[in-house]
Design a protein around this ligand. Structure first.
Ligand code: ADP
Length: 215
């Protein structure tokens, strides 16, 4: 099963994608995670992507296409994948269609998680992430210790550079300008488009997603 998750930054795609990945036993592919790991490791990919990411701008389509191809062709994605934030421009949607055709695969659903702008600004301004396991926390201050218990070295909570107010505003503008049109692209290309309200608790949203996807 191949599912594309669309929706503004902070809509909860990562969290819900993680739940779906476990339930369906297929990997979650998140270009944001791949790029952040590359920045941390200082690889050429990371060096090229760092500045754009910190401003909240998109990295070039060909970079994303490369990540997408490699991830989908890997044996771990043989049974499917949840694509979280992988498609943010129309050329990327076209690129994914080409990659899937080459691999003889089909896209099963495009799930759009909707959250109003005010709620996004609130969520992202209150978000910190562990500098070791990268898990996000809401309402915990920078400098606190991560209490996730599945990694030995307990990290420190830090704010993502692109969760600063200017970068948040820019990410929302970029979403409206470059990613929202992707919904129409999928509509005109016959994809199974599904919309889900991303407000409420994680469990409430997950229940809606299950119903919407018929799981
Ligand atoms: P969010 O969805 O919260 O904005 P992500 O962690 O998914 O954050 O992505 C972080 C950043 O990585 C984006 O703001 C962008 O700079 C870059 N990025 C991730 N995926 C893509 C993509 N498909 N196209 C272009 N840039 C991307």
């Amino acid at each position: 099963m191949i599912i594309v998750l669309l929706g503004p930054p902070g809509a909860g795609k990562g969290t819900q994608g993680e739940h779906l990945s476990e339930e369906l036993a297929i990997p979650k592919i998140a270009t944001g995670d791949v790029l952040r790991a590359a920045v941390r490791e200082g690889t050429p990919l990371g060096l090229a992507a760092k500045a754009a990411m910190e401003r909240g701008d998109l990295v070039p389509d060909d970079v994303i296409l490369g990540i997408m191809k490699e991830a989908l062709a890997s044996p771990s994605a043989a049974r499917g994948a949840i694509l979280d934030g992988v498609i943010r421009t129309t050329p990327q949607a076209e690129g994914l269609a080409r990659v899937l055709a080459e691999l003889g695969r089909t896209l099963d659903a495009v799930l759009v998680v909707d959250v109003p702008d005010e709620a996004i600004v609130e969520r992202l301004s209150a978000r910190t992430v562990c500098d070791v396991c990268q898990r996000p926390f809401t309402g915990r201050a920078p400098g606190e210790r991560c209490d996730a218990d599945d990694h030995e070295l307990q990290g420190t909570l830090v704010r993502r550079k692109d969760d600063e107010p200017d970068a948040i505003r820019n990410r929302l503008a970029v979403y409206q300008r470059q990613t929202a049109p992707v919904i129409d692209w999928y509509r005109t290309h016959g994809a199974a488009l599904k919309f889900v309200d991303g407000m409420g608790t994680q469990d409430e949203v997950l229940t809606r997603i299950r119903t919407t996807l018929g799981l």
